[in-house]
Design a protein around this ligand. Structure first.
Ligand SMILES: Nc1nc2c(c(=O)[nH]1)N[C@H]1C(S)=C(S)[C@@H](COP(=O)(O)O)O[C@H]1N2
Ligand SMILES: [Mo]
Length: 257
């Protein structure tokens, strides 16, 4: 991918290329040592770098700049590759910030999906109501920054359809997610409205098992694994940057794949 940085008057090209690659990884300090001088970093961000903290701050600024660039480059009409059923990875991997012995067991009968923020209709959704909406299916590749990828099959409500039903203000900047396991993340509105972004209720033709995020996960083949929240409890539409569990620890926020 060639990155053009038309709004940067400096030699942002090479810096941004590295930033786009490196800032998705939690090993951002290596990035400092390897490919970017402190002078370059302070030039790019307008931060004076005197210690590790200010370097961290400057890197965060590059990461937020990277979010902007990824946002500009994101083509809402471009579709991620889809695969045939015989290419599904079996077994599909489990991943979370905890081990398999701590997978959350959400009660589906009493479950209600909370909806707040810039929406017309804030009523909480029972699973049966979500299942009554039009459903879609996709076989796509999930890519985790930890170095693995896998092809899986998800079914559920196209997220754009859901946003229409709740009367979401689609001029808002962010959609935030709170999960039953205290995980949280947020995405940009163009990705929320993307044709392949799915409010997934099913995995491989069955209700999502707990390990893959029962009762609901957001599935986006255009974003890296950590942007795909499992066990969604609440969805909110906002203009206030909500961050995320890994994003607040340095993972790049846009997290395109
Ligand atoms: N609620 C919740 N969602 C989450 C996570 C998590 O720890 N909790 N981990 C993320 C990460 S890093 C990955 S790779 C995927 C893993 O999804 P899987 O178990 O279906 O493979 O879930 C993402 N969503
Ligand atoms: Mo991940």
């Amino acid at each position: 991918m060639t990155i053009k940085a038309p709004r940067l008057g400096i030699d942002g090209d090479a810096l941004l290329k590295d930033a786009l690659r490196e800032l998705e990884l939690p090993t951002r300090r290596l990035f400092l040592k390897r490919s970017l001088s402190l002078g370059g970093l302070s030039l790019l961000t307008g931060c004076t770098i005197v210690d590790e903290d200010s370097a961290e701050q400057a890197l965060m600024r590059v990461s937020r700049l990277n979010d902007k660039v990824q946002g500009w480059l994101f083509d809402p009409r471009h579709l991620a590759p889809t695969y045939s059923a015989d290419m599904i990875t079996r077994p599909f991997p489990f991943n979370a910030y905890y081990g398999e012995n701590q997978i959350r067991d959400v009660d589906g009968d009493s479950f209600r999906l909370e909806v707040t923020g810039m929406v017309a209709d804030r009523h909480a959704w029972a699973l049966a109501e979500l299942r009554a909406l039009p459903q879609a299916e996709q076989i796509t590749r999930h890519i985790c920054v930890e170095g693995w990828s896998a092809i899986g099959r998800w079914g559920g409500v196209p997220f754009a359809t859901f946003l229409t039903h709740i009367g979401a203000d689609t001029s808002a900047r962010y959609v935030g997610f709170k999960c039953a396991d205290d995980y949280y993340t947020s995405i940009d509105m163009p990705t929320a409205l993307h044709a392949q972004t799915l409010l997934a209720l099913d995995y491989d033709g069955e209700p999502l098992p707990p390990r893959y995020g029962y009762p609901i996960k957001l599935r986006m083949p255009t974003k890296l694994g950590y942007k795909n929240p499992k066990h969604i409890q609440a969805i909110f539409i906002t203009n206030t940057y909500p961050g995320g569990y890994w994003e607040d620890q340095g993972y790049n926020w846009f997290g395109g794949s």
